[in-house]
Design a protein around this ligand. Structure first.
Ligand code: SF4
Length: 365
């Protein structure tokens, strides 16, 4: 059971947390100013990605697109290129589209309400609350995974915070703890405590500023929180890709601009249908996607990858073009590109491995 509501010393907890934060806050590049654009970019990158990974991407992105105007004016392909390797590319497409909307409909300024922020592509309640609290000082809790872990342990919360009832309870507790006028620091204090001391495994409770109030610590089971109700296991798909070379050039296709990995480039191919061999799949996909006939040659490499909603095994084959006229039927574009120019194009992580293999082969010959 969690602490009974009437006995919780909310103000004391907040005071202990805030005074710990004053001397232990992490010095992160996006915390060195209050520019809503920079904070927004950082929060989008931090969704699904670790701080250490984000820092160099954030710095390069801000150097390349220092203002909202620069981002809105840039071609999508350049934005995707700057995002390459960070994954979850819909984030970059949404960010770019939202920048265009802010320029067009808000004259380059930023909305001041949750409702308006939430209407922008790719902005959920967390990002909206994070920007409004950190950049504009609005009294809104913003709970990322770290903050969520701290609070579920502090109150030994038995509800799964990913479910609506758990989400509501967590939000209510955060609102109760939030010190008016200090929401930005409060939110970041919870995030920092979760990232540095209240870690998923082996939390450092002996150094924790709110240990005396922590129900999970008292029960001796911090690692049991947050409670997770089991998710269905991810489906798995076999996928093929063809590497078709003509001298030092190779054929690449651009994925449709909307949908998963939209706008990124790849080696053409697709999902294996039930009862289909890899060879049949590749021939069919290249006919449907590009209007060409190929002979499938030897296997080149096999790549396994896990996305949030599925796992894939990508079987890569060398192929020879034997007929048909190249036309982008099921893709946004298709091009013959010299191997040394492949780095100018944004690829998903799986296809980036094929690029690296081709470059390595090129440097040997
Ligand atoms: S006492 Fe331990 S479990 Fe509780 S909030 Fe602090 S670090 Fe987390």
């Amino acid at each position: 059971m969690g602490l009974a509501k009437t006995t919780v010393p909310y103000e004391e907890i907040t005071r202990a947390l805030m005074s710990w934060y004053a001397s232990n806050r992490r010095d992160l590049p996006w915390r060195r100013q209050r520019d809503p654009y920079a904070i927004w970019v950082a929060e989008v990158m931090l969704q699904q990605t670790r701080v250490e990974t984000v820092i160099p991407y954030y710095e390069r992105f801000l150097a390349r697109f220092p203002t909202l105007q620069d981002l809105a004016a840039a071609p999508l392909e350049e934005v995707l290129k700057a995002w390459e390797g960070l994954g979850y590319y819909a984030r970059a497409r949404h960010l770019h589209r939202a920048a265009g909307i802010l320029m067009k409909e808000y004259g380059g300024s930023f909305p001041q309400t949750l409702r308006e922020w939430r209407q922008l592509p790719g902005v959920g309640s967390y990002i909206a609350a994070a920007v409004l609290s950190i950049a504009f000082g609005q009294d809104l809790p913003a709970l990322d995974g770290n903050a969520e872990r701290v609070l579920t342990r502090l109150f030994a919360m038995e509800e799964d915070p990913r479910r609506p009832a758990g989400r509501r309870r967590l939000q209510a507790l955060a609102e109760r703890l939030l010190p008016p006028g200090w929401a930005g620091d409060f939110n970041q204090a919870l995030m920092d405590l979760g990232a540095t001391l209240c870690t998923p495994k082996v939390p450092r409770c002996s150094e924790c500023p709110i240990q005396t109030f922590c129900a999970a610590f008292r029960h001796g089971n911090p690692e049991a929180f947050p409670v997770r109700t089991p998710r269905r296991s991810l489906p798995h798909y076999d996928v093929t890709a063809g590497v078709i070379q003509d001298g030092d050039r190779v054929l690449i296709a651009q994925r449709p601009l909307e949908g998963m990995l939209g706008g990124l480039w790849e080696f053409p191919g697709g999902k294996v249908e039930p009862g289909e061999s890899f060879e049949e799949c590749l021939k069919r996909e290249l006919r449907e996607e590009l209007g060409i006939e190929v002979e499938v040659l030897e296997p080149m490499m096999t790549i396994r990858h896990t996305y949030t909603h599925m796992r894939i095994t990508l079987y890569v084959f060398r192929c020879r073009w034997i007929g048909g006229t190249l036309q982008p039927i099921g893709c946004a574009d298709a091009r013959w590109v010299r191997v040394e120019e492949l780095d100018h194009y944004p690829f998903p992580n799986t296809d980036r491995q094929i690029v690296e293999r081709l470059k390595a082969e090129g440097s040997k010959t």
